[in-house]
Design a binder for this molecule. Structure first.
Ligand code: IPD
Ligand code: CA
Ligand code: CA
Ligand code: CA
Length: 281
């Protein structure tokens, strides 16, 4: 069973509360961005709403669990999450919350309604809770290690396709245009020839939630960060799917190049990405 901290609220209740509150606020700020900046590349956006949502979530978590550590996208210098030291530190933390306050910032800025709040809790590096909230559709996806994954009380299950040719796969256009994006494009080209169709919705976490819910057969992207994938990877696994790195190693929070699927097409996806020379940076 999951090693919980004794407290008045369960971590799951806190995670759901944080995602719901931040999500509602983010939705209320649509079209009202005050401060739009770029981070490590002109394609890497951040707004006052990303920062405000992260601050709101941090405060709520620390109210209930003052000793827990928090890794949030807007609290880390761009690029720093990639360092081996950062990953080792994250894995050795006892309780570590991993937050993406808005996954899909470009969509949020555009008013394209496909973005979410992603919150995970890891215990000694192992993700035990994942919550992804899409405020536009009011869809709250939750997963708890060993206890399954749900959306509004209904268990989520991965899809059933067993052939890549019958599968719809999500991909991403990584904001690192110099190194990661060209690799992703090689993978995207290969997958476009071998699948039924591709989707690039612009939110890694929602792509993973959709794989968990059987709305997509799989998802491939290189150069992700822990906050993009931690909650969603647990959700896919708890819904009967598989998440690995692009060379087939099991998912952990240090994985940056990711393939997730219903499990049945995982080997075909891995083979396609390997053959395309698109396993990562
Ligand atoms: C991004 C989104 C996007 C993916 C990028 C991520 P952000 O996260 O998930 O879909 O392609 O790799 O960085 O910056 O919107 O939180
Ligand atoms: Ca970002
Ligand atoms: Ca993200
Ligand atoms: Ca983000």
């Amino acid at each position: 069973s999951i090693p919980y901290v004794v407290g008045s609220k369960s971590p799951m209740a806190v995670a759901i509360n944080c995602a719901a509150k931040a999500g509602e606020w983010i939705k209320s700020r649509l079209g009202m961005v005050k401060d739009l900046n770029t981070k490590f590349s002109p394609q890497d956006l951040v707004t006052d709403v990303d920062k405000g949502a992260e601050a709101m979530i941090r405060k709520l978590i620390h109210t209930h669990f003052p000793d827990h550590e928090i890794l949030g996208e807007e609290g880390v210098a761009p690029g720093a999450e990639a360092s081996a030291a950062a990953v080792t530190e994250a894995k050795s933390a006892e309780y570590l919350w991993i937050i993406d306050p808005i996954d899909g910032t470009t969509n949020f800025v555009q008013g394209f309604p496909f973005f979410c709040v992603s919150i995970a809790l890891a215990y000694k590096g192992d993700v035990i809770i994942g919550v992804i909230y899409d405020p536009t559709r009011d869809e709250m996806f939750v997963a708890e290690k060993g206890k399954g994954a749900y959306m509004h009380g209904n268990p989520t299950r991965v899809s059933q396709e067993s052939a890549l040719a019958d599968s719809v796969i999500a991909v991403g256009f990584n904001p690192d245009r110099k190194v990661a994006a060209p690799i992703n494009l090689k993978g995207i080209t290969a997958l476009s020839e071998q699948t039924r169709s591709l989707r690039a919705g612009g939110s890694a976490a929602l792509h993973l939630a959709y794989v968990a819910a059987g709305r997509l057969s799989g998802y491939y992207e290189v150069n992700l960060s822990a906050w993009d994938s931690a909650a969603g990877a647990l959700m896919v696994a708890e819904s009967g799917g598989i998440v690995t790195d692009t060379t087939g190693h099991p998912y952990d929070i240090g994985v940056r190049n990711l393939i997730a699927s219903n499990g049945k097409i995982q080997d075909q996806l891995l083979a396609a990405i390997k053959a395309a020379g698109a396993t990562g940076c």
